[in-house]
Design a protein around this ligand. Structure first.
Ligand code: IDP
Length: 148
């Protein structure tokens, strides 16, 4: 089963949206394989966002993601990388569809609540950046036969 990396950013944690967001993801049918509240270091932030290192907003992005705790998750499910991105919504919350996390809870691109991996390669890379192997659990949910 496919796995992806999601991270509730410091704005989502500060706005007490962790429970609401996790509830949406669980309700969709995704399985939590890993989850933790953590402080992102400057090094980790720069590595995670390395594809944006030449962009004018890179410094702002690193400052923001290290400005407070984040809630990091590994989610498992069929086609979860693409489907979780649909649940997350477009990068700019002003353009994100209602019903998506960014569409329902955000207003600015700099504070868009949540990150989700955008490809198989980034999912693998980001899971291994944020989680040790022992923190990603292999187990079955008893209701999976009612989802698949
Ligand atoms: P994504 O998070 O939807 O995959 P990316 O293009 O990978 O979007 O950008 C990473 C993050 O960088 C975005 O989630 C957003 O928070 C931030 N970002 C993107 N464009 C801008 C910008 O023009 N100004 C400030 N922040 C931006």
């Amino acid at each position: 089963m496919e796995k992806t990396f999601l991270m509730i950013k410091p704005d989502g944690v500060q706005r007490n949206l962790v429970g609401t967001i996790v509830e949406r993801l669980e309700n969709k049918g995704f399985k939590l394989a890993g989850a933790k509240l953590m402080q992102v270091s400057e090094d980790l932030a720069k590595t995670h966002y390395q594809e944006h290192q030449d962009k004018p907003f890179f410094g702002e992005l690193v400052d923001f993601i290290t400005s407070g705790p984040v809630f990091a998750m590994v989610l498992e499910g069929e086609n979860v990388i693409e489907t979780a991105r649909l649940v997350v919504g477009s990068t700019n919350p002003q353009q994100a569809a209602p019903g998506t996390i960014r569409g329902d809870f955000g207003l600015t691109v700099g504070k868009n609540i949540i990150h989700g991996s955008d490809s198989t390669e980034s999912a693998e890379r980001e899971i291994s950046l944020f989680f040790d192997d022992s923190e990603v659990l292999d187990y079955s949910l008893s209701n999976s036969a009612w989802i698949y």
